[in-house]
Design a protein around this ligand. Structure first.
Ligand code: ATP
Length: 416
């Protein structure tokens, strides 16, 4: 299989292609083969536009110290594992790794890495769909090298592990498997499915460090179809391994997605809102175990516990017949935005209106006068300042004092 230049231009930007070609030329001159590899090639075949570019070579990574000026490289970061990250002035980055072989001294350990050939390098990877290479020299540009049947699996939509110990060696692959399965609407090859089930049952997930689990969990929560992945994790006993005993309810997860779709993917992916949802029926003990196993920060874990206890009270108050803006504001302002968005997903029509009022309006209300203005009014600096500013904010929340001069008049009236 060869990917035509025309097709490549639709997937990679012209700038990226230029960079990739230059790197290909350098490798060619030095006599070492060099290829695009892994997810980069998988995405090219699936026609998924991308920014992350991974390259593999058998040559020494230090070769890239001499990249031509015309490439406008800002910095090259070399690691002790024979990888180099090229950071370009236009903000792009490109990862180059020296071909390697990996062995795992014990389940869930980090691999021991040794330099090796390209054919060994593809064998250390997770799934066949991620083992493809694409030539980037003049001679072989666009040519796909498929040692392990990756093209056929991509075409058939199959996630296939490379060997029977894959998920025991590295259980992060279990999370990756579900992530790719849902992202591309693929299915597990039969043996792979059994290997995943056996690995889960063996308890190996718990052997991963919390940091590694956290990385995988947050990555999958960023996916467009995160809710499908999370349901699969629950259905297959993976969330249970992380401490959440009860299986998640499909209807709750799906309704969350609908109710907050306007707020998700704005700036961030709202991972914490999703974690609140995942843990909402869990006991205090389960939340503590979950937080520890997935390496949540203290603040994140405290928020899960706080909302577990307090969400009912907040939502009940918000659905009272009469609630002032001031009350809504002070009820929600100490919570991070992710928590407010989570509450939105739980709200009834009355409380929903009020949370939306907070998000779209109240949250952004700011006092215009500052401490200096109070000084100018002859008010002595002290705890009274806080009191005045709070009183001003309360007035503004209830729709009064639009302009700065009105605020000043108010202070004069109330506090002079
Ligand atoms: P994404 O689109 O989510 O970035 P990706 O496949 O590009 O997916 P990366 O995490 O960037 O994923 O990894 C790049 C490549 O490195 C993968 O395609 C795969 O070949 C290999 N790889 C990554 N993680 C593992 C792992 N845990 N075990 C084996 N190979 C891995």
């Amino acid at each position: 299989m060869r990917i035509s230049g025309k097709k490549l231009k639709k997937i990679l930007t012209e700038e990226t292609l230029k960079k990739v070609k230059s790197i290909g030329e350098i490798c060619m001159e030095s006599g070492y083969p060099c290829y695009l590899v892994g997810g980069t090639v998988r995405n090219i075949i699936l026609k998924v536009p991308q920014i992350d570019i991974d390259i593999v070579t058998e040559g020494n990574i230090r070769l890239f110290e001499a990249l031509p000026k015309k490439l406008k490289i800002k910095k090259i970061v070399f690691s002790q594992f024979n990888t180099a990250k090229l950071l370009f002035k236009d903000g792009c980055s490109l990862d180059i790794a020296q071909a390697r072989k990996e062995t795992y001294p014990y389940p869930a350990s980090l691999p021991v890495v040794k330099k090796s050939s390209l054919s060994e390098d593809v064998k250390r990877r997770d799934f066949t769909i991620n083992t493809l290479l694409m030539g980037i020299t003049k001679k072989n540009f666009g040519k796909i090298y498929d040692y392990l049947g990756g093209i056929e699996d991509i075409e058939k939509g199959i996630i296939r592990a490379l060997h029977k110990n894959s998920f025991i060696d590295d259980p992060t692959r279990i999370f990756r498997a579900f992530r790719f399965k849902e992202r591309f609407s693929f299915r597990f090859e039969r043996r792979t499915k059994t290997l995943i089930e056996n690995a889960i049952r063996s308890g190996v997930i718990k052997k991963l460090t919390p940091q590694r689990i956290r990385k995988e969990l947050f990555l999958l929560l960023k996916e467009k179809k995160w809710y499908k992945i999370v349901l699969s994790l629950s259905h297959n006993g993976i969330l249970q391994e992380l401490g959440i005993k009860n299986e998640l309810k499909r209807v709750i997860i799906n309704s969350f997605e609908k109710k907050i779709s306007d707020f998700i993917n704005i700036k961030r992916n709202r991972e914490l809102s999703k974690l609140l949802l995942i843990t909402e029926d869990a006991s205090e003990k389960e939340i503590k175990t979950f937080s520890q196993r997935v390496g949540l920060k203290k603040k994140e874990s405290e928020l899960l516990l706080e909302l577990r206890k307090g969400r009912k009270r907040i939502l009940t108050t918000l659905s009272k017949k009469e609630v002032s803006n001031k009350e809504i504001y002070w009820l929600l302002t100490s919570l991070p935005l992710d928590a407010v968005i989570y509450l939105l997903s739980k709200a009834t029509s009355q409380s929903r209106k009020r949370i939306l009022l907070y998000l779209n309006d109240l949250k952004n209300i700011k006092i215009k006068i500052k401490g200096d203005d109070l000084k100018k009014l002859g008010i002595k600096v002290g705890p009274i300042y806080k009191k005045i500013l709070q009183k001003l904010l309360d007035e503004k929340l209830n729709g009064k004092l639009k302009f700065k001069r009105e605020e000043i008049e108010f202070v004069k009236r109330q506090f002079k």
